[in-house]
Design a protein around this ligand. Structure first.
Ligand code: AMP
Length: 140
């Protein structure tokens, strides 16, 4: 299995596709999932090309996890979450749809189930507002 730079997240990284970007550093980019399983659902990806957990460089993986922690803490405040769920899929059999490594960071509220994957498309207005709320919490 090799990395294909034509994947959607590769295009977002290169600025060829828009995204609701919320966090960036030298190794990592984070943006909102446009089909969120819960409000504020965020994806964290390494800037370096990697298909998934099976081929990522450990330093890039560590950077992704560290960014996910920052985002999780900010989500708790921005979305008044009660908890956070992390998910991460590897290869088709593992549920992966986009073949650039990504960690899902999903705010949770007590008693609220996750939506099934790809079942709900958030409005652009809501995504823009959620991105602003999360960026403000990350800055504060
Ligand atoms: P996975 O099954 O782990 O590969 O998840 C891929 C995720 O990417 C899904 O949750 C999709 O909703 C999400 N997704 C697909 N296209 C985009 C996009 N253009 N911007 C943000 N998220 C996307």
């Amino acid at each position: 299995m090799t990395y294909d730079p034509g994947n959607i997240f590769g295009k977002i990284l290169r600025g060829e596709l828009p995204a609701y970007r919320v966090y960036e550093d030298e190794r990592v980019l984070a943006f909102l999932d446009i089909m969120p399983r819960a409000t504020g659902h965020t994806l964290v990806i390494p800037k370096a090309p990697s298909r998934n957990l099976l081929d990522v460089e450990p330093d890039d993986l560590a950077a992704v996890v560290a960014a996910a922690q920052r985002i999780a803490r900010a989500q708790m405040r921005a979305f008044e979450a009660d908890g956070i769920t992390l998910t991460q899929h590897n290869e088709k059999a593992g549920g992966q749809e986009v073949f650039h490594l990504h960690l899902h960071v999903i705010p949770r509220h007590t008693g609220v189930e996750l939506r099934p994957p790809l079942s709900y498309k958030e409005t652009p207005e809501a995504l823009a507002a959620q991105a602003e709320a999360l960026k403000a919490a990350l800055a504060g």
